[in-house]
Ligand binder design. Structure first.
Ligand code: DX5
Length: 221
């Protein structure tokens, strides 16, 4: 089953709770909260307080993408704020194996993600410790960027590795996902599609945008 997971990075910050509720009402099962510290990425966004606020207005899964240095310093705060999954960047975790174990010890799901310049080999030793593997299909920091087609090979490589290891870890993709690129990443092996600007925009509602992305996948299946 293909999951469209809206990123609230492109939501209207003047009414974040309403936008989260709109996604839940549209049948969305999870939203991704892009946490940025202005150091790992050139942008600053949300802290645990925003997760806590969203936790009070929606029941769906809150997936927290930590684009921050030293994520181990804040994992507990985000978990206690109500995060259901914490996704860390391999590039920010010198002790990635231990960090992922620590996330699971907090009672939440653990995810790992890699930037476009990072090879799959950098995370191949921790596939047994994660509930999600996320391939960045843009350089992190901003929504609305162009999809990097070069990352399709990486998605296929991860899918093949997981298949050889007989592991059922979902592969997520994040960045530039829309009705045009969604079929490409699904064909490569992704099943969780993080989508910000193609879901939250002035063109159509969340429900209409999610429906059109899913329809694009159906029409090319
Ligand atoms: C990158 C962010 C974005 C966001 C999705 O820093 O992680 O990828 O989630 O943005 P869009 O879908 O607008 O590319």
């Amino acid at each position: 089953m293909i999951i469209i997971e809206p990123s609230i990075l492109s939501a209207d910050f003047n009414r974040l709770g309403d936008q989260a509720r709109e996604a839940e009402a549209a049948g969305v099962k999870a939203i991704q909260i892009d946490v940025m510290d202005g150091r790992f990425v050139p942008n600053i966004t949300f802290g645990p307080g925003v997760v806590q606020a969203l936790r009070t207005v929606v029941q769906m899964k809150l997936d927290v993408h930590l684009m921050i240095v030293e994520p181990e310093r804040y994992m507990e705060a985000f978990a206690h704020a109500g995060a259901d999954r914490l996704i860390v960047h391999q590039e920010t975790c010198p002790h990635l194996h231990r960090t992922l174990q620590s996330i699971r010890d907090l009672g939440v799901e653990a995810g790992v993600t890699i930037n476009p310049g990072t090879p799959v080999s950098a995370i191949a030793e921790v596939f047994d410790l994660v509930d999600l593997i996320q391939v960045m299909t843009v350089n992190p920091g901003f929504g609305g960027q162009a999809f990097l087609h070069s990352q399709l090979t990486k998605i296929r490589e991860i899918a093949e590795l997981l298949s050889r290891q007989e592991r059922q870890v979902p592969i997520a993709v994040d960045g530039g996902i829309d009705a045009t690129t969604a079929p490409l990443v699904v064909e490569a092996g992704a099943t969780v599609l993080i989508a910000g600007s193609s879901v939250y925009n002035a063109t159509a509602s969340v429900k209409e945008n999610v429906t059109s992305i899913l329809a694009s996948i159906e029409s090319t299946a």
